[in-house]
Design a binder for this molecule. Sequence first.
Ligand code: F6R
Length: 243
Amino acid sequence: MAKTRFVETHEELSVLAAEKIFSCIQQKPDAVVCLAGGDTPLRTFDIFIEKTKHHSVDLSKITFVGLDEWIGLDGFDKGSCRNTLDEYLFSPLNVKENQIIFFDGKAESTEGECNRIRNAINRLGGLDFILLGIGENGHLGFNEPDVPVDELVHIVTLDNITRESARKYFSSPVNVSKGITLGMKLILSTKEIVTIASGESKAPIVDQIINGPVTHKVPASLLNNLEIAEFIFDKTAASKNFV
Ligand code: F6R
């Protein structure tokens, strides 16, 4: 069973999540780490950056793997997954390009891009740590409800909830209908998985994850079966179950 922690605030959630990433890289200075974009982890990144600077941690052997990207966008598009990670994590930490494995959502061949990322992760021996957020529909990365669970890396047609929520990341309208993402098979084979959710909009899906069945209709619920997975929910996200 996954572990579930309830905390009062987004700040507490961020401190805990940052500690998890920090402890992973302290134990394994050449860890392969995947950190979601989106809004929820941004404060986690700040705290993680502060900690690494405070302790003068050498990150030069860490590999950072991208979780997902909107098809049609790349790191030069403000609001893309890569752009968010660049701004909030890679640039402040001075991470070198050769330490980053990230999807190019503008690649000519999306299947080729899936293969490139799949092979790169395979060569590294898989992921040591992943930090995930949860979509309002229960998605992980861009693994939408009813996702096949046997994919390592794949292209997904985004559902309406995800397309709608995309608007919050971009200052002008973008037409995104597909995403490229690490698949559930790869995510679930990660050695340590931390999943965070914050905010009232997540309360209904968090309730389903806590009380509902384990089903690929709610991809995040699939983590429930894993010992090495931990959920951290703040009071707003877990308002129906806060203890
Ligand atoms: C982002 C990602 C998504 C988000 C999820 C929650 O790279 O993979 O699955 O983690 O949609 O997004 P926020 O944190 O913005 O609510």
